[in-house]
Design a binder for this molecule. Structure first.
Ligand code: NAD
Length: 491
């Protein structure tokens, strides 16, 4: 059953920037096509913003800066909670918009993306009121206390895979800590951040506190990161873009938080709870069409259960229901864009050239009717590849995983750590000592034992190696978005 289409899907809509509390058209009047990935059709237009739009946003943010910084945390929390409530009350509409814009199943959008967007805002609204600073007594000589002031104007740049979820994950702590924000959502999935800007107006967020500029990395992302008035950048996206931003801001003394790509290992030991493991490892590999930075795309299985696990896993993957993202029964929707689909298909071809054997999937899926021109790729499982081949080393960020056997703990650890990435890992075992040992030695910012994507928003979130610099989440985010100042008082 396909849900009813919203008005903006029927009447071509021009998305607007949100600057100084108002929805306005881009200064240069230029737009980009916004394509629905499930149909391949242009369904709305996105501002192709540039430095002239950024200049307006900087003026608005500058004007709002001191009032917002001096607004009590309690009052900031009140307006943020109102915003979270509005997301909840518009959850169906936002989920539908996310599914249309991104290609993800509408049920996933509602249960994960939109639910988490509201939860992010509510969490940081409250966390802001609980944020305390440290004091350090120097015996009978002096006492130090640390002030934590907002930074001022900060830039938040987010990707397309979890559009409103990751957008709010950044702007909520920034706002709760008293900063004013210039945010740039991905140009690939702008719709829910546009609808969100309408909710900001309804919630009574003061003018200029949050400004949302739509457009491309080169035209608006680049000017934003180097703007002298923007003192911190919180970025989530690809590792190559993160490296580019690091180079572009070198010597500008900005605070940078970078959440980058992953190539996450899933390590399955013979003593795992078999059924539970198979179920969750399937989800970990293919949720959101494999387009979650935390997806486990390299699956290592202890040799003694390799055949049994492979059979059960492949059977389950082959049953994943591919379909129109707007149909409630769909489990696997479209990839986000034609370019991304081509990239994913090229990796499937590469895997075969590298000696990989496709166990299920491997092809573009042609649907009929409304979605006949959509960007659908079958959930794909590949075996017989070496850990060092490109398929196992490079982030594909799609519905493709590899499975490989291992013989002992040391080998499993070496395989899991054998890439440039270090975002997340999941380990499946009932041996407590082994679980702790693996968790300690695995090179990742996040380790799940016998679970995946179980999230407590208070915990540090982020990666090591080429997966990122710094952490988001909980107090880490509030620390990032504040400047500590130590005051030392002699007795
Ligand atoms: P991307 O790097 O292409 O784009 C991310 C954002 O950066 C977009 O808003 C884009 O417009 C902007 N951007 C691009 N070039 C820029 C530039 N030169 N200056 C400033 N901004 C620029 O990434 P993507 O394709 O949108 O997202 C997929 C990637 O994001 C994957 O690698 C995935 O692993 C990663 N990701 C990481 C996390 C995490 O928490 N570590 C979460 C989600 C996604």
């Amino acid at each position: 059953m396909v849900v009813e289409l919203p008005v903006y899907k029927i009447i071509m809509q021009k998305i607007k920037n949100y600057i100084n509390g108002e929805l306005i058209i881009p200064q240069a009047g230029k737009y980009l096509d916004n394509i629905e990935p499930a149909t391949g059709e242009v369904y709305s237009l996105i501002p192709d913003s540039d430095e002239s739009d950024l200049a307006l946003a900087v003026i608005a943010a500058e004007n709002a800066k001191s009032t917002w910084a001096n607004t009590s945390t309690e009052q900031r929390a009140q307006v943020l909670c109102k915003l979270a409530d509005l997301i909840d009350s518009h959850a169906d509409r936002l989920a539908l918009a996310e599914a249309i814009d991104n290609g993800k199943p509408v049920t996933l959008a509602k249960d994960v993306d939109i639910y988490r967007a509201a939860a992010n805002i509510r969490f940081f609204a409250h966390a802001g009121t609980q944020f305390a600073s440290e004091s350090h007594a120097m015996e009978d000589v002096a006492i130090n206390y640390t002030l934590r002031d907002p930074i001022g104007i900060v830039g938040c740049i987010s990707p397309w895979n979890l559009p409103l979820y990751l957008f709010t994950w950044k702007i909520a702590p920034a706002l709760a800590a008293g900063n004013v924000v210039i945010a740039k959502p991905s140009e690939v999935t702008p719709m829910t951040s546009y609808l969100f800007s309408q909710l900001c107006i309804e919630a009574g967020l003061p003018q200029g506190v949050l400004n949302i500029l739509h457009g491309t990395g080169p035209n608006i992302g680049s000017p934003l990161v180097v703007h002298p008035k923007v003192k911190a950048i919180s970025f989530t996206g690809g590792t190559a873009t993160g490296a580019h931003i690091t180079r572009a801001t070198a010597g500008l003394f900005k605070k940078l938080s970078l959440e980058l790509g992953g190539k996450n290992p899933t390590v399955v030991f013979a003593d795992c709870d078999f059924e539970d493991t198979v179920t969750t490892v399937v989800r970990a590999a293919f949720a959101n069409q494999g387009q979650i930075c935390l997806c486990g795309s390299r699956i290592y299985i202890e040799r003694s259960i390799y055949k049994r696990f492979k059979q059960a896993f492949v059977t389950r993957v082959a049953q994943i229901q591919i379909g129109d993202p707007l149909a409630k029964e769909t489990q696997h929707g479209a990839l986000v864009s034609k370019d991304h689909m081509k990239k994913v298909l090229s990796y499937i071809e590469l895997a075969q050239n590298e000696g990989g054997i496709i166990l299920t999937g491997g092809k573009q899926r042609q649907l009929t009717g409304r979605c006949e021109k959509g960007y659908f790729v079958e959930p794909t499982v590949i075996e017989n590849l070496d850990n060092n081949c490109r398929t196992n080393q490079e982030e594909i960020f799609g519905p493709v995983c590899t499975i490989m056997p291992f013989d002992n703990d040391a080998q499993a650890l070496a395989l899991a750590n054998g890439t440039q990435y270090g975002l997340a890992a999941s380990i499946w075992t009932n041996d407590l000592k082994r679980a702790h040992r693996m968790a300690k030695n695995i090179e990742a910012g996040i380790v799940w034992i016998n679970c995946w994507l179980l999230r407590d928003l208070r915990t540090p979130f982020g990666g090591v190696k080429s997966s990122g610099v710094r952490r988001e989440g909980g107090l880490e985010a509030l620390r990032f978005f504040t400047e500590p100042k130590n005051v030392c008082i002699k007795y």
